[in-house]
Structure formats: C-alpha cells, structure tokens
Ligand binder design. Structure first.
Ligand SMILES: O=C(CO)[C@H](O)[C@H](O)COP(=O)(O)O
Length: 229
C-alpha cells in the first residue's frame, strides 16, 4: 500500500462511525478530502440520511458542496456528534500537531466541541515526540507577527512567517490572519506548550492539539490500525 492508498483506507474506515442524523465536523487536508468525498457518495446513494457537515475551512466547505454533503456553520448547530480530520504529527499519547493547511483555528474550535474526535493519518505521521519532523503552526494577528516571532525565541525555538505560493507575500488564513511556523527542538510537554503559546498576546491559536483526540486511525502497509483512549 502506498501513502495515497493508506489515506483512502482510513477515510473509508471512518465512514463506519457515521450514522443517520449526525452532525459531522469536516476537517481540512488531503486525507479528510477522501473522507468528505466518500461521505458525499453515501449521501447521494441514499445510504445515509439527515447528516450535516460543519466545515473547518473553505477547502472543506467547497469539497463538501461539490460532493453533496449538506453544510451548516458552527453557529447553526446545537452539537457536533463527531469530527474527522487529518494531522501532521501524532505522538504515542495521541497528541497532535496540525495546521499545515493553515486551518488550525477552526479545526480546534470544532474538534474541541465534537462528541468524538477521530484523526485520520498514514503511518508516516507517527512520531516519537511532537516537533520531531514538523514545525508548530501558529495563527497570529498580522501586525503582531514580528513581536510574536521574537517571543517564541524564549522557548528556544525559531519562527518563520509562512509565505504563500500562488500569491505574493504571506499566507492569509480563512480568518484573515498570518501563520508563523515555529520549529522546536523537542516538545516535552505538549499540553503545557499549547497553553503557553496561546498566552502570548496576538496569538489566535496554535497547532498543538494535546489530549483531544479520541481515536486515531492509522493507515499502514498491513492495513488500518487503531490508537484509542
Ligand atoms: O491540519 C491540517 C490542515 O490545517 C491537516 O489536517 C493536516 O495538515 C493533514 O493534512 P493531510 O491529510 O493533507 O496530510
């Protein structure tokens, strides 16, 4: 199985958790994109009824509309039954780094609120400790980016302003903010760092998702494996 097949396998596995009348948080990224497409297919075929998606980004919203998943926004629902999303790193305690797609703030709001948060990854995302491969994305108020980058150095880390690829200048998030990518040597205490980073004035949210995932479906060469609490 190659990485793309692993992503498809976990996306299909996650469909087993979906029932009629559920409100589903729809994550962002290439793995969740498979899930959204498969979900749309089940809805279009009449296999699932009265399910609604709450998108975590414009990407998720557009995909859901294209796939035939009815979308509602967070302020229209009383509760979110389940949220399904990808991740950039997963440690053995199921702490995550997310935000390569710059959607971390809405992702965290929706996933925190969900009755169950399911993470879909391929085995390349598994790490021994957070920060092993990926920087921590931090969404910041634009004018504060430099001040916050300097504050982050206190944590013995370096922060870079994320630049856009098909636009001149920095990436601007769905919320109109900038992203700093902060490289830490080794994150010993993810929950503590998550809280500390959010205490810096001007930080909107950061991409450490400590202690929030309920189930991680891992696509491996030998099939889908589960990590759960
Ligand atoms: O956090 C995210 C977007 O903000 C994504 O879920 C994360 O980057 C994983 O994406 P992919 O499934 O494409 O590897």
């Amino acid at each position: 199985m190659n990485v793309e097949e692993m992503k498809k396998a976990v996306a299909k596995e996650a469909l087993n958790l979906i029932e009629d009348e559920m409100v589903i948080g729809l994550g962002t990224g290439s793995t969740t994109a498979y899930f959204i497409r498969y979900l749309g297919k089940l809805i279009m075929e009449g296999e699932l009824e009265e399910v609604y998606g709450v998108p975590t980004s414009y990407q998720a919203r557009l995909l859901a509309l294209e796939a035939g998943v009815p979308v509602v926004s967070l302020d229209e629902v009383d509760a979110i039954d389940i949220a399904v999303d990808g991740a950039d790193e997963v440690d053995p305690q199921m702490n995550l780094i997310k935000g390569r797609g710059a959607a971390l703030t809405m992702e965290k709001i929706i996933e925190y609120r969900a009755g169950m948060f399911v993470v879909l990854v391929d085995e390349t995302k598994l790490v021994e400790w957070l920060g092993q491969k990926m920087p921590v994305p931090i969404e910041v108020i634009p004018v504060a980016w430099r001040a916050i980058a300097e504050e982050i150095e206190v944590f013995n880390a370096t922060a870079e302003l994320r630049m856009a690829e098909k636009k001149d200048g920095p990436v601007v998030t769905d919320n109109g903010n900038f992203i700093l990518d902060a490289k830490f040597h080794r994150i010993e205490d993810p929950l503590d760092l998550e809280i500390e980073l959010n205490n810096i004035p001007g930080v909107v949210e950061n991409g450490i998702f400590a202690d929030i995932a309920d189930l991680v479906l891992v696509g491996t060469k030998d099939g889908v494996k589960r990590m759960e609490r």
